[in-house]
Design a binder for this molecule. Sequence first.
Ligand SMILES: NC(=O)c1ccc[n+]([C@@H]2O[C@H](COP(=O)([O-])OP(=O)(O)OC[C@H]3O[C@@H](n4cnc5c(N)ncnc54)[C@H](O)[C@@H]3O)[C@@H](O)[C@H]2O)c1
Length: 334
Amino acid sequence: MEEKITIVGAGSWGSGLARIVSDNGYRVMMYDIDPMIVNEINTNHTNKSKLPTGCLNENVSATTDMAKAIEFGDIIVLVVPTAVIRRALRSINQVITAKKLFVNASKGIEPDTYKRVSEIVSEEISSEYIEGFVALSGPSHAEEVIKQMLTLVTAASPNLEHAQKVQRIFSNQSYFRVYTVCDLIGVELCSSLKNIIAIAAGIIAGLGYGDNTRAALIARGLVEIARIAKALGAEEKTIYGLAGLGDLVVTCTSLHSRNYQAGYKIGSGKDLEQALAEMTMVVEGARSAIAAHQIIKKHNIYAPIIEAVYDIIYHKQNPQDRISEMMQYDLKEE
Ligand SMILES: NC(=O)c1ccc[n+]([C@@H]2O[C@H](COP(=O)([O-])OP(=O)(O)OC[C@H]3O[C@@H](n4cnc5c(N)ncnc54)[C@H](O)[C@@H]3O)[C@@H](O)[C@H]2O)c1
């Protein structure tokens, strides 16, 4: 296995991805700002604060030295929360000395700029060091991947060869299978917007609604994702694929979803700050809701569920009042 893999962000998903590529025989180095995590990975091959069950392979090492980490990998996998992605990329740009293929596995859109991670990479990394960019996304909770449970995702890049390279490196014949698509915009948008719908799914569960409501939310949420993604250039087939419908279903139905958990706390009466304070892991949907709200206004898109999530978390609107209000809307065709 000639390529070496650097994973920036040794959290839950960074550890899941490290497990996959090291199972596939590649040498892996993880980078994190948290020395406790780095030390635990190097000494015990575990990451208990992020993934209480499962372990990493012994050939996975970790470091807090960005220069060492970036020098090591031919492929740089980004898996930090999107709130810190610019900061991480600036640190990378200070130490990078050779062309690398960037793979992003984080899921979010930047508030105010509405930038996707591929766009942020182009802005923060000198072009001479970017071999290409691939987004790796789909229904993939780290808690299941670390236990080698069967998972399918998609690798997206306008350059099919780059997507195929990532497909080859991450796929195996036992539990992890990667498809390719060229619709990078669609994959980046779907994987970010679905987290907002997951917060809504948590809210309705916290309020005590059942399976009928959740199924309706997934169906109507997908329509809103499609409206926004298509307005920004996504292809229809991406919306119904692994990074669209696939990821939406898993995040709206699984207790592993942080966005669902945060929504559940809000539906149970907590505000966003209280809900986030109780979470040890990242809730990307709250941040993406700001970007989605701005995109919706700019492009005049009808997306009542996403707007409701935005108003509930940022204007502290009562979730039950908002649902009652939505039930009064004019009846219409589906
Ligand atoms: N957890 C999952 O199952 C999963 C699956 C698919 C995608 N994702 C996405 O992956 C991204 C990361 O999620 P996660 O669940 O792994 O989060 P996490 O909170 O478990 O881990 C984030 C890690 O990033 C590190 N970090 C923070 N700032 C950093 C910086 N400036 N440089 C380097 N490292 C830094 C933290 O110390 C932490 O270890 C999110 O965008 C999430 O949506 C997560």
